[in-house]
Design a protein around this ligand. Structure first.
Ligand SMILES: CC(C)(COP(=O)(O)OP(=O)(O)OC[C@H]1O[C@@H](n2cnc3c(N)ncnc32)[C@H](O)[C@@H]1OP(=O)(O)O)[C@@H](O)C(=O)NCCC(=O)NCCSC(=O)c1cc(O)c2ccccc2c1O
Length: 158
């Protein structure tokens, strides 16, 4: 498995009066990284998908564990792996690390959707191949798609 990794910077305007990155900001960070994954890992700008292809990946499920605060000036490394590659849905795990310590872990499931009808549709093989490269060991993979399915006992916590 490879992870997509990038660095964020916690800016002055991102923190609350306690000096800690406010929780909605974490969702912004995650979406920023999601857009970067599309552009630099998948090879398509998310902007292009939305405005020209009329395809979006709205969020249907989110979980965040806030383990340690992020503060002004921190530069967390965010690594992204795929814990679910469904027929229409993609589950991505985002680990925010400072040194060896995990400060945040977010798990987000988004669905391949036609924006004009807001109907889900299957992830294309072209995109699936790119997300397969990020699959975690034991990830849940839809049967009948390119990678082999796993059993429930092999799955990590989503
Ligand atoms: C996104 C939906 C239109 C999907 O419709 P529906 O839920 O009816 O579809 P299915 O039942 O067929 O499920 C498809 C697929 O998703 C999995 N799934 C659904 N719900 C969950 C869940 N709660 N947890 C986990 N997984 C779930 C299901 O198992 C199926 O997976 P397969 O792989 O097996 O196919 C509809 O759900 C919808 O409109 N939801 C509301 C979305 C929303 O408002 N989100 C709030 C945040 S907005 C957002 O994040 C967002 C981000 C973007 O980047 C966008 C880009 C472009 C447009 C909009 C965006 C956007 O809203």
């Amino acid at each position: 498995m490879t992870a997509y990794s990038t660095v964020l910077q916690v800016r002055f305007g991102h923190v609350d009066p306690a000096g800690i990155a406010y929780f909605p900001r974490i969702f912004d960070y995650v979406h920023d990284v999601f857009e970067e994954v599309w552009e630099l890992h998948v090879g398509t700008r998310y902007y292009h998908l939305l405005l020209e292809e009329k395809i979006g990946f709205p969020l249907v499920h989110s979980e965040v564990d806030f383990k340690k605060p992020l503060r002004f000036g921190d530069r967390p490394i965010v690594s992204v792996t795929c814990f679910k590659l469904g027929r229409t849905s993609i589950g991505l795990r985002y680990r925010f690390m400072l040194g060896d310590e995990v400060h945040l872990e977010a798990r987000m499931i988004t669905v391949s959707t036609h924006l004009e009808t807001m109907e889900p549709f299957p992830i294309s093989d072209e995109f699936r191949k790119r997300f397969e490269l990020l699959l975690e060991p034991g990830a849940t993979v839809a049967s009948g798609t390119r990678a082999e399915p796993t059993t429930a006992s092999q799955r990590p916590h989503p």
